[in-house]
Design a protein around this ligand. Sequence first.
Ligand code: CDP
Length: 218
Amino acid sequence: MKSLRIAIDGPAASGKSTIARRVAEKLGFTYVDTGAMYRALALKAFREGVDIADTDSLRESIVEKTDFAIIDGELAMDCRPISNEIRSEKVSVLSSRIARIPDVRSFMIEEQRKLAKDGRVVMEGRDIGTVVLPDAEIKIFLTASASERARRRTLQLRSMGQCADEAEVLRDIRQRDLNDSSRSLAPLRSADDAITIDTTNMTLDEIIEIVVEKVQEN
Ligand code: CDP
């Protein structure tokens, strides 16, 4: 079967996860949330008391002892499903810090390429179209204003039973935007051949329709 890899990148809370999951369901493709991989790794380091700044311990005790797989269609770390705890604001901040570490990024790139191997995948993150799958058949870059993204993320956190203050969420989003786009390794940016969609005033269904149309044209 012809390979059809869809790379969806964009900043925090731009709608990547919901859109990527729904597009994958529609097409019967594997869905891979690479942000969840960074988040799960950060939570594991935190739980095991490994300081992210101690890169040797991080590599030996965490990175080299972790593996990711798709089990029953869902991303799993160390053979276990990834819990909703990775969505807390504390883990958001830790994941953005862990994502700057070269050993972590090279490990993730390798794991992500393995997960995309069967060629029918929707993979979302920050560097999928630029670094992980530079020859993906379809590349989408989603954006939205920071205030709209903060509004969406606050609603999402509240729907998961977490208390969230929109002004604080906005500050965190701005900080992560800065971290993610200013880091020297695989910074957040759209690939030259990506289709950019500003989702600020669009509904989910409208965005999904555009992505599915691109797939059909391919
Ligand atoms: O859902 P949200 O957009 O808030 O974040 P995420 O996609 O879950 O990613 C969490 C963090 O992981 C980001 O702030 C990035 O620092 C990092 N990340 C990355 O560096 N590269 C990726 N491909 C995916 C996530």
